[in-house]
Design a protein around this ligand. Sequence first.
Ligand SMILES: Nc1ncnc2c1ncn2[C@@H]1O[C@H](COP(=O)(O)OP(=O)(O)OP(=O)(O)O)[C@@H](O)[C@H]1O
Length: 681
Amino acid sequence: MKSHDTVFPDELEHLAMIQSRLDAALQDAEASAGRMERQYTNTRQYMSDARGEIDPNEMFQTELLLKQADQTGAFAAEVCLRLAKLKDSPYFARIDFRETGSQESFSYYIGRFSFRHGYELLIFDWRAPISGMFYDCEPGPAGYEAPAGRIDGELTKKRQFCIKDGFMEYAIESSSNIQDDVLQRELSRTSSEKMKSIISTIQKEQNQIIRNEHAHTLIIQGVAGSGKTSIALHRIAFLLYRLKHQLSARNVTILSPNKVFGDYISNVIPELGEEPIFELAFSDLAEIQLGQTVGFEPERDPLDPDHDEYHQRTRFKSTIGFKQLLDAYIKKLPDTVFQPSDYSFGGFTAKKEWIQKRFRAYEKHPVKQRLKMIADDICDLFASENIMKDEIPRTGAVLKNLTSMLTIKNSLALYRDFYKSLKKPSMLVLPSKRTLEWADVFPYLYLTAAFEGLKESKITRHLVIDEMQDYTPVQYAVINLLFPCPKTILGDFGQSLNPDHLHTLEDLRLLYHDAEFVMLNKSYRSTYEIISFAKQLQDNPSLEAVKRHGEKPVITACCDNRDKMNQIKKLLSSFEKSGAMSLGLIAKTNTEAKTLYDILSKEFDLHLISPESSTFHNGISVTSVQMAKGLEFDEVLIPDADSSSYRTDYDRNLLYIACTRAMHRLTLMYVDELSPFVKTD
Ligand SMILES: Nc1ncnc2c1ncn2[C@@H]1O[C@H](COP(=O)(O)OP(=O)(O)OP(=O)(O)O)[C@@H](O)[C@H]1O
């Protein structure tokens, strides 16, 4: 234990007792895992030796036994793994609580997982109801919602511990600044290759979001570094624990902006003892839904100054007004696209009025599915009238006939017709045959949903959408059709980086008017100095920095590009000697990042993070603002903070995103003139 922390002999004793119980439990678990393994191997051996000699009943029983041994073995191995993790760091907090009416306080130790030995629950899972008091309450009156109802009382003690490799690094008794103290230590650490869990320092306002079990849709708007992604992942771990009979990891999907980000966050949920969850990008979704029928071109760089008309088309499709135009078109669709006539077969006839009535009765279904239902109805009708046992048509033949009554036959033609109806046919451009531009993919799918239907996800029961500001109202409309389940939607409209996206937070709230909405204004990632600096880039007076101090950001004026390259190299060399884990060299665009990478990789060991990358590594990363979003680095270097690179309002956002990726150090370099958004006082 470090000398400046309080020494609690009782805590050292308690830790020793827990360690010995964990040792015993681990021994038992390993023995049981070994038994299971032997049983499995023996049963398999028996099955293979006796194949053909034992009767099918016995074989079936043996197969069941094998399956059981396999499952129990996997469970035993999982228990061993958890116990080993607990041995490293069994708990991080203790609360003493006295229930109203009782004379005695009881101690509860809180850790990553619960640990029961014999009849005694020695460690409580951080997600247990009673553990909530650790995050929500200071010593004094306190209470929590137990499964059987609310329990009130008094919190008589609160302690925090940092136990690593089985040793207590520090222990702190609660005082008013206890949370701050432990939080400061956590935030001062260097970055890690993957995002980490934050269970020992979750803040009260974050805890309320994590433990919100009831919101169907929860929208979190939070400033850069406020912990949105961490909270969303902890919320999932919490829901998996609390709703374990209704929700498993395979029922949760996260829509994330790119594969590097997916890789970066992939450890948090397994670290919390749950199976990894399914990660998906919007482009994956599009591929699944479009199948073989229609292709699409990947999104072009929104910061590419060429392709003026492309940007104009994208902007037009990014608003809530555009979604309303689609809605109006879809509303009229049944009347315009289906023109029924009488259908006759032999002596049987279905009148067009009757067909129209059936068509209207199925209004909740997509047009083409309605036709299938009507084809069944017609066959049923003819069958009921078929007293003479005449030949009646097959459903397929009726459907073919009904389909010929459609004035538009496929979704692509329908999508084209939509722009014709708006008198804006030029807003639809196919880069090649049956290939859509990215901005058309989701509007096209939205129309397809009304015309042919989409494949709805039956497995996903909770959807997380990160970087919510990046998606347009039509994309949300499609998501709602595909995933009618509860959602956690998070992001920061202050970090919009697509100048072709004109939608706002208000639009999103309009789309989810029943959603619970929370705002987070405190940034935890960066030092006070970095956030104070970033504040000049964002018109957000509520942006608040955590009080962790570091160096002031450095602004380096360079004589010319050659001088700049030398300065960059100097900084990279000193980073390599510094012991820090990660440095992000963040250029404005992907093309500029690639150019820098090509030059510098001759002398330094670098990782280029481009839209094609899929993993995140420690060390020096060269990347663009677009790809750096959501990530963090110990140190950030912005090599082109000049007025020619960062001058528009969107550039201001970009610079804000780049600066707020830094945890401890930030350097900006420029040639000629500094960006007007940066003040040098
Ligand atoms: N309560 C906390 N205790 C310790 N660390 C925290 C806490 N809250 C947030 N952090 C840390 O702050 C950093 C930022 O968190 P996170 O990436 O979840 O924020 P974000 O709001 O999603 O950021 P951005 O929008 O800028 O990508 C992470 O390193 C995270 O571990």
